[in-house]
Design a protein around this ligand. Structure first.
Ligand code: AMP
Ligand code: MG
Length: 459
């Protein structure tokens, strides 16, 4: 019997048993939600159990989500529904295997108790299955963890917290240097710009980019109404509760700067006047940092080496063609990785390459192809086979599309977790073609009902 099948383990991951020495705690934090300072929030349904150092020496903080009321629950019940727990579990693992910094999921336990939710906020309250996820991150501190202390004038506690975070998670920063808070801020600006560029490179929209959901370690956390876009659309809004599209995919880069500005304000009490001005200069570097990372990632997606003046144009041009033709974001890039240069030059695009067929309907497609092929020819020491292999490892064939999560979640109502397990297995190797995934049509055109799917904040 494996450890995970033991009664002790199940009790531990469901919050029924506390290990000796563990002092469960909940974080106090605040946040800017949808552009408004909402004051104190805190972990309303999460319990930190402690830290675990694995055999590689990596320290993980263990947190239960959906484990019941806390001092910060406010009007909430402290619970989480099964559907959102499955989504968090699968997506955090999926992002990890796509190479994107994220919290991870260890286990999911289905509860016997029902949870009441008005899923679409239309007055129809239903009993749903509840669940508890054990999730791990190197740290669960958020921008809002610092903001709440700055807002309430607890400057000494703020200093203590930031010093603690620096000491524990930013080993390259000298903890006695008087510029340490600036260096910390500078690193978070870099890491956040990289994270958001990464999200964009796989078409991921977080959905609720409030400052309480932004990690000081710049890892993806708090999976709610997120979504991977199917067809390319900068206005893609995954969250039906986000009427104004504040957190639409194309706005994530701006929201990142907004959130970093709030973090900077929270750090201001620890900075002298000169340092405050420097922090503003650091923040001004954010768009450039983002653009550099974005270009690096998208050049890799197109298999480009080196630098050419027109690279940005080439990428933007393709995205525009995709937008005009509503071509699938993931599969257009993937299929460009699979097709040979000869086939592309001859416009010989097979049925298998359905997303490329879509984008090829654009009148400017052949113009773009000419530019692309001549740019590829500027790659020194490259072969078409090497290009394709390289691009296949930069462009996933499988992502967690909403319809896939929904299909798996529907089956859990009948206690059938087979598709959850299948997705977990497939998404561990998103860049490799897998027979079971093809049979399940995970790289095919999304079914028509995928377009009708709506994901709200309710979780
Ligand atoms: P979220 O939008 O999921 O990031 O949550 C925002 C805040 O509301 C966080 O402080 C959560 O802990 C809290 N919250 C969300 N759902 C619940 C719930 N069911 N019970 C208590 N607190 C909750
Ligand atoms: Mg949250």
């Amino acid at each position: 019997m494996s450890v995970t099948e033991t009664e002790e383990f199940i009790q531990f991951v469901s919050g029924a048993r506390i290990l000796p020495g563990s002092v469960p705690l909940t974080h106090r934090y605040g946040g800017h939600q949808f552009g408004v300072w909402v004051g104190q929030l805190g972990d309303g349904r999460a319990h930190l159990l402690g830290a675990y150092t694995n055999r590689h020496g990596t320290r993980w903080e263990l947190q239960l989500k959906g484990s019941g009321k806390t001092p910060y629950s406010r009007d909430g019940d402290g619970r989480a529904v099964l559907r959102s727990s499955v989504r968090e579990f699968l997506c955090s693992e999926a992002l990890n295997y796509l190479g994107i910094p994220t919290s991870r999921a260890v286990s999911l336990v289905v509860s016997n108790d029902d949870v009441k939710r008005d899923q679409f906020y239309n007055g129809s309250v239903e009993n749903e299955k509840g669940a508890i996820v054990l999730r791990v991150a190197k740290s669960w501190f958020r921008f809002g963890s610092l903001e709440i202390l700055a807002h309430s004038g607890e400057t000494e506690l703020l200093r203590k917290l930031v010093d603690f975070i620096i000491k524990q998670h930013f080993p390259l920063i000298n903890a006695t240097n008087s510029n340490r808070y600036l260096e910390f801020f500078s690193q978070v600006v870099i890491d956040t710009s990289n994270l958001i560029a990464h999200w964009m490179s796989v078409g991921f929209a977080h959905g609720v980019c409030n400052t309480d959901n932004f990690s000081v370690l710049s890892v993806t956390l708090d999976y709610g109404p997120f979504g991977f876009m199917d067809f390319y659309d900068p206005n893609f809004v995954p969250n039906t509760s986000d009427d104004e599209g504040r957190y639409k995919i194309g706005n994530q880069v701006n929201v990142g700067r907004y959130n970093l500005n709030k973090l900077m304000k929270a750090l201001n009490p620890l900075l002298d006047l000169k340092q405050q001005l420097l922090a503003e200069q650091i923040l001004k570097g954010y768009p450039g940092l983002y653009q550099t990372k974005f270009m690096e990632l998208f050049k890799a997606k197109l298999g480009l080496f080196g630098y050419n003046n027109n690279d940005e144009y080439l990428i933007t041009y393709l995205l525009k063609l995709m937008e005009d033709t509503r071509a699938d974001f993931t599969m257009t890039f993937r299929q460009l990785s699979e097709i040979t240069k000869q086939q592309l030059a001859a416009h010989s695009i097979s049925e298998d390459h359905w997303a490329l067929q879509d984008v090829a309907r654009h009148t400017n497609f052949s113009h773009w192809v000419n530019l692309y092929l001549s740019r590829l020819n500027r790659n020194i020491v490259d072969s078409d086979e090497a290009r394709r292999t390289r691009m296949e490892s930069a462009n996933p064939r499988y992502i967690l599309r909403n319809w896939m999560a929904e299909s798996a979640i529907k089956k859990t109502a009948g206690n059938d977790f087979s598709e959850v397990h299948l997705l977990q297995k497939i998404l561990r190797h998103p860049f490799s073609k897998q027979t079971e995934a093809e049979e399940a049509r995970y790289s095919s055109r999304p079914p028509p009902w995928a377009r009708e799917l709506r994901i709200s904040c309710s979780s």
